[in-house]
Write a protein that binds this ligand. Structure first.
Ligand code: FE2
Ligand code: FE2
Length: 263
């Protein structure tokens, strides 16, 4: 099975490049399953039900997220639509699993693609992030109930050490651990000794002519003056950052992980 994981889709520029580039990417890389982090789809801040549905219509199977998941309040209603319906499209949008358990939404999805079972787990780090439960123990707890062999984990976190540690911790237990949130791709993709594909950060799918997606003059001004400012999405130098993971669907072991950046 070949999995495409697309890094944080940022605003309209990010959505548009996914729309344009996804069909050739699927064809050229023989992709079977598509997962994307959508936490910045709505002008950089959160995701709306309509945008989630649009991304699903492009062929994305599962959307993960992170700290921006609640930025658009209507996403709470979307999560509630999935209550009691395990195959609702709303069920295929995840929020980090290690948030307070009574919050709306889920951090694990198990589905089938071309008759191959797969699972996606979304976790958030704890270093330099808002407080949440332990992602390591949460992963253990979730994996006890997962039936699929092919398992992808999105670790949405700031600190490289925390992400690399989770990669080692889950080596041999999941197919891939991919990092998101920093919006900056790292060049450390590899398959760990027990068969888990790993990268610290997949990078952003959006405008690089800015500061992690936001207009650069606004962010530079914030650092200079520390006065309140309304962030707006940048627009230039739009790139799509992703990884392609090839795995054996019978064992769930990864064979390779390849970094993709197209502009
Ligand atoms: Fe993000
Ligand atoms: Fe984030």
């Amino acid at each position: 099975m070949r999995i495409l994981f697309i890094g944080d889709i940022f605003g309209r520029p990010g959505r548009n490049i996914v729309k344009d580039r996804l069909p050739p990417l699927i064809k050229n890389h023989g992709i079977d399953l598509i997962i994307a982090n959508g936490e910045n789809s709505a002008a950089g801040f959160g995701i709306t039900p309509q945008l989630a549905e649009e991304l699903f219509e492009l062929g994305i199977d599962v959307l993960t997220s992170g700290n921006h998941i609640w930025d658009k309040r209507e996403i709470v209603d979307f999560f509630q639509m999935a209550d009691g319906n395990p195959h609702s499209p709303a069920r295929r949008l995840l929020r980090p699993a290690n948030y307070a358990p009574d919050l709306p939404g889920f951090g694990l999805y198990e589905g089938r693609k071309d008759d191959i079972g797969y699972a996606v787990i979304n976790l958030q780090g704890r270093v330099f992030m808002p407080s949440n439960d332990d992602p390591f123990r949460k992963a253990d707890q979730l994996l006890k109930d997962v039936k699929s062999k092919v398992i992808l984990v999105d670790i949405h976190a700031e600190a490289t050490s925390e992400k690399i540690s989770l990669g080692w911790y889950l080596d041999g237990k999941v197919t891939a651990v991919v990092g998101t949130h920093t919006h900056v791709p790292t060049a450390d993709e590899r398959v760990l000794p027990n068969g888990t594909a790993y990268i610290t950060d997949v990078g952003m799918t959006g405008p690089f002519d800015g500061v992690i997606g936001v207009k650069k003059e606004l962010v530079v001004g914030k650092f200079l003056n520390n006065m309140p400012v309304r962030f707006e999405a940048a627009s230039g130098d739009v790139r799509l950052c992703a990884v392609v993971i090839d795995c054996d669907e019978k064992t769930g072991r990864a064979r390779s992980i390849e970094r993709v950046m197209i502009g």
